[in-house]
Design a protein around this ligand. Structure first.
Ligand SMILES: *[C@@H]1O[C@H](CO)[C@@H](O)[C@H](O)[C@H]1NC(C)=O
Ligand SMILES: *[C@@H]1O[C@H](CO)[C@@H](O)[C@H](O)[C@H]1NC(C)=O
Ligand SMILES: [Ca+2]
Ligand SMILES: [Ca+2]
Length: 359
């Protein structure tokens, strides 16, 4: 009898120790992830396979080109995992333009007075010109800017850029999703004072940023919230923030203004089909986060699909939708840029930039 009793005590101690280990050594302190509502006011067009018709540009040369930008001359830029910013000239030839020691170059934007603004998850906000690379912003209010994600330049030269999360690094993005807390920011860099300030705080993975055609408002996408916010820069609502579009059929990544004033948004499959239950249990998330391989699997579905949508200028409707539903040709599309009746697609799981005719 005494032996059995001892065994029970031992088992109890082990269980408690295991539970403590899981809670205290977990890298996250999770919340429940709010999934998009099935009864949304915005109607979602059906999935299709239009993205399977993409033409592959620079195939084999480009390692996971996350974002794409086109300047006034029609030169296309992209930043890749090997640290190269490469550009495609109108004559069809690729140029290795500038290389930086980095594997975390993400969003880019062309600057009106020349050069390219680049977000680096490790170094902050950078400017690339023919003369080399300068760091525009590496700190905000004394803290290091770590996960700069996307940027846009306004006509007065101000740069608006997102910090996806202040808590986790690029390679721990899956932990930020498991934690499901709002660690993202929207920042502004003022070129006249060279100062950076916080415009919005508490965003659920702040990702793509875009300006409306008249620059009256700024959009910032919250990937883990399946929505994009609208922040007024002009007019009577100046300084206010509201929802631009919500309940998107995927987590919004980069967003780009189209020539007609609408927006192209790349949507990520952040919740892998069949694993929705993981996101609704704090305890399960605590356990999973102790096992690196299992936590990475949480984002496993992201490489199995691609979706881009076109949203009306006022956010009232989804006008177009293109998919590669099984990721056979292109997957993990992170960016869609419209230029001269074509869509140019960046991806974190492709070795090319996709080109899709729109007409
Ligand atoms: C294409 O244009 C670029 C930029 O003008 C030039 O440097 C390059 O030599 C051209 N390549 C070809 C093959 O014409
Ligand atoms: C992916 O979808 C296409 C049709 O859109 C189909 O032809 C192909 O067989 C599918 N591939 C896989 C691996 O399911
Ligand atoms: Ca961009
Ligand atoms: Ca992005």
């Amino acid at each position: 009898m005494a032996l059995i009793k001892h065994c029970w005590v031992l088992l109890l101690v082990l269980v408690i120790a295991f539970a403590l280990q899981i809670i205290f050594f977990s890298p996250i302190s999770p919340d429940i992830l709010e999934l998009p509502s099935a009864t949304s006011s915005v109607s979602v067009p059906p999935s299709n396979n239009r993205l399977q018709k993409v033409i592959k540009l620079g195939e084999g040369l480009l390692q996971a080109p996350e974002d794409v930008a086109v300047d006034e001359k029609g030169t296309l830029y992209t930043a890749t995992r090997d640290g190269w910013v490469r550009r495609l000239h109108r004559n069809g030839s690729w140029e290795d333009w500038i290389k930086l020691e980095s594997s975390t170059l993400l969003g880019i934007a062309t600057a009106k007075r020349g050069g390219l603004i680049v977000c680096d998850c490790e170094k902050g906000l950078l400017k690339f010109t023919d003369d080399g690379v300068t760091v525009l912003a590496s700190h905000v209010h004394g803290s290091e800017i770590r996960y700069a994600d996307d940027v846009i330049e306004a006509s007065d030269g101000s740069l608006y850029f997102s910090v996806a999360t202040t808590k986790f690094r690029f390679h721990d993005t899956h932990l930020d999703l498991l934690e499901a807390k709002p660690h993202g920011q929207l920042l502004k860099y003022d070129p006249s004072t060279e100062e950076t300030s916080i415009l919005l705080d508490g965003l659920y993975f702040a990702n793509g940023v875009a300006l409306s055609k008249d620059e009256a408002f700024l959009l910032v996408c919250e990937t883990w919230r399946f929505r994009c916010l609208k922040h007024w820069l002009k007019g009577e609502s100046k300084g206010k923030t509201e929802i631009f579009i919500e309940n998107l059929p995927g987590g919004p990544d980069n967003i780009n203004l189209a020539p007609d004033g609408s927006f192209w948004i790349a949507l990520l499959q952040v919740v892998t089909e069949g694993t929705e239950f993981v996101h609704t249990s704090r305890a399960l998330k605590l356990i999973i986060s102790n096992f690196p391989k299992a936590s990475e699997l949480v984002l496993g579905g992201i490489k199995k699909k691609a979706t881009v949508i076109n949203v009306a200028a006022d956010g009232s409707s989804i006008r177009k939708r293109f998919d590669d539903p099984n990721g056979t040709v292109i997957s993990f599309v992170t960016s869609a840029v419209e230029f001269e009746d074509h869509l140019y697609l960046g991806s974190l799981n492709a070795d090319f930039v996709g080109k899709l005719p729109l007409k």
